[in-house]
Each structure stands twice: as C-alpha cells, then as structure tokens.
Design a binder for this molecule. Structure first.
Ligand code: ADP
Ligand code: TRP
Length: 336
C-alpha cells in the first residue's frame, strides 16, 4: 500500500497539521510504503520573499525529521527538487477544463475576497494531482479542506485513462473524522492564514501566549463548565487517551478549576508531549549539512518512481525523442 502526502512550508507547523496528518505518517512509515514531501511549489502561491521561501522550506524539512520521519524508512523529499512532477502537471492539465477549475474552493474564496488570483493558484489542483499520480499513490491522508483537491486528482486520472489508455491508479483520500477540523484559539479552523494557530515548535514564551489566548466563555472558577463547548477541551482531548479525557471532563464539570488553570494544564501537556521532538529539532537545525544530504538522497529516491511514470505518460502522448524516433520508423516502415 503506497501512502503519499505533502505539506506546504508556508509557516510553522501547528496542532491541526500534526493531529490530522503528521502523527499518522510516523506510524505509516513502519508498516506501509510512505511517500512524503514538502510542497514548496504550492507555497509559491503565497510567496512573500526569497528568504522566507527558502527558510520555510528548510524549516519544514527539519520539522518533519524531528517529528520522526525517517528517510531510511520512507521516501521524503522537497517538491521542487523533482521537475518530473511539474512536467507531469502540464500533461495532466489537458485532462481538466477551465470550468471545472473555476469551481475550486481555494480559487473561489480568493475571488470572493476581491483578490485577482494568479494562474498558479488556478492550476494549483493540477499540480497537486501530479504530486499524487506521479507516484501511483493508493491513499492520501489529508485534512478535510483538501477533500476537493483529491476529487480533482481522481477526475484527472479517470479522464487521462479514458483519453490515452489505462495509466493511473485512482487515489483514495484518508480523512479522519475526529481530527478533520482541529479548532484554532478562536474556535475557527486552526490555520496559518487565520493567525489562530498553536505552533508546537515555538519557543515556550510564544507557545504560552498562544495557549493563554484561547477564547472562553465567561464561566468563573465556581461555575461548572461544558467541555463540549470548550476550545480548550477540544484541543486538549487530542493529547489524551479515553481515561484521561474522562478525568479532564470531570475537571470541567466540577466547579473549582478556572479556565486559566485549564489552559496551564494544556500548555504543560503540549510541552511534555513534544519535549523529545523539540530537542531533536534543535539538534537537526544545527546540522544543515545533514539536512541537505537527506534532501538530495530523498529526491533521488523519489525520482526513480516519478521518472518511470513520466516515461509511460510520454509514451502515451508521443512525447520525447525515443517516442518520436519509433513513430518515424513506424511510418517509414509502412511507406516501404
Ligand atoms: P494551513 O491551513 O494552516 O495553511 P496547510 O494547508 O499547510 O495548513 O495544511 C497541511 C495539512 O494539514 C493538510 O492536509 C490540511 O488539511 C491539514 N490541516 C491544516 N489545518 C488543519 C486543521 N485545523 N484541522 C485538521 N487538519 C488540518
Ligand atoms: N495542498 C496541500 C495543502 O495545502 C499540500 C499538498 C500539495 C498535498 N500536494 C499534495 C497534500 C499532494 C497531499 C497530496 O495542505
């Protein structure tokens, strides 16, 4: 079973990214064929400057390694190090119409906000389809917001197969209902673009500020609190097993504990949970030579698979020197 996913390096990783996707990857690499990459080309759709683009990509690689992604157990690379995928995205763009792409939520949202979207944002789903189809992925773990992008990938694969002959497997999304939408400190979906994230690799001071900023109702220490309406509980429960969740629920429903203390408990659990990874992150970031070497090896490993797919696709389309030569020879043969 081949599992593939990508994460944009457009800022620090947050609990939404971690609990919906990243946590599972470490498990997958031990029991499946995991392909995982840093989607720096997709991040170009929100480019700010050269330094941020390259630093964010380096940081994302360090984050993944620190969180337990092991390049010996999976294939881990940076998207832009593999030009095969961008080439494939051009071929795939013939298998989708402009009117279909106009229906993409990510595109429509920008238009609704009055932003004049770039061509890159418009074809974002095609590049994502290429990411997935280049590696013949069976399953793609993502958050709920990516569901439509997976539908595009399937539609494109189906249409390509119908037009040019059976080539691609149809990938299945994997979306966990429990962690489909992790709330941010304001209760909306936790997202870099909403500025409501809790970034577990932030320094302790910043992390504390984020957790203490979680919005609550006005219940005081002496009031019972409803865990099911609390953002603190929704986030904290992600860290806990069934028994500890029950204990936390009791803390909410029994008067005597204020929101301040409930937030402090959450902060302590975040720090404790991520302590080994935070330490490892520091070590890795101080060894850029290792990070670069890992990226080079990862790209070479990914290339073996993607170039094989590309060969098949070029052959189906009659693209490339070898295919041109064989067609010309075929025609010459017929004329003799
Ligand atoms: P962001 O919305 O912060 O920009 P990304 O788009 O980089 O996050 O998301 C990376 C992965 O994490 C995607 O699979 C996405 O669906 C998932 N994800 C992001 N935010 C959340 C969230 N709040 N809850 C669940 N999954 C999320
Ligand atoms: N669009 C995804 C996101 O914003 C990132 C991504 C790019 C991706 N290519 C992918 C996810 C392929 C899964 C598979 O989160």
């Amino acid at each position: 079973m081949r599992i593939l996913t990508g994460v944009q390096p457009s800022g620090k990783l947050h609990l939404g990214n971690y609990f919906s996707v990243i946590r599972k990857l470490v498990d997958y690499q031990n029991r499946s064929d995991l392909f995982c990459f840093v989607a720096d080309l997709h991040a170009l759709t929100s480019f700010s400057n050269r330094e941020n683009q390259s630093n964010n990509t380096f940081d994302a690689v360090c984050d993944f390694l620190a969180l337990g992604i092991d390049p010996d157990k999976c294939t881990f690379w940076v998207q832009s190090d593999l030009p095969e995928v961008t080439e494939l995205s051009w071929y795939l763009s013939m298998s989708i119409t402009v009117s279909q792409l106009q229906l993409a939520h990510s595109f429509k949202d920008k238009v609704a906000k009055g932003i004049n979207p770039s061509g890159g944002l418009f074809i974002y789903p095609v590049l994502m389809a290429a990411d997935i189809l280049a590696f013949n992925s069976d399953k793609v773990p993502v958050g709920k917001d990516q569901k439509q992008h997976l539908e595009y990938a399937r539609d494109i694969a189906e249409k390509f197969n119908a037009q040019y002959g059976e080539t691609f497997k149809l990938p299945e999304p994997e979306i966990d209902e429990e962690t489909a939408i992790v709330p941010g400190v304001d209760g909306a979906k936790m997202s870099k673009s909403y500025g409501n994230t809790i970034n577990f690799f932030d320094d302790e001071k910043k992390l504390k500020k984020s957790v203490m900023g979680i919005v609550t109702d006005s219940a005081g220490i002496d009031d019972a609190k409803d865990p099911d309406k609390s953002i603190i509980y929704s986030i904290h429960s992600l860290f806990l097993d069934a028994k500890s969740r029950q204990q936390l629920r009791e803390k909410f429903t029994t008067p005597g504990t204020g929101y301040g203390d409930l937030k402090k408990n959450l902060l302590n659990d975040i720090l404790e949970y991520f302590a080994p990874q935070r330490k490892e992150r520091e070590r890795i970031a101080n060894d850029p030579a290792y990070v670069i070497e890992t990226m080079k090896k990862g790209a070479a490993k990914a290339k073996e698979v993607a170039s094989h797919t590309l060969e098949t696709v070029r052959d189906r389309l009659g693209i490339g020197i070898e295919n041109r030569i064989s067609s010309v020879r075929g025609a010459a043969g017929k004329n003799q």
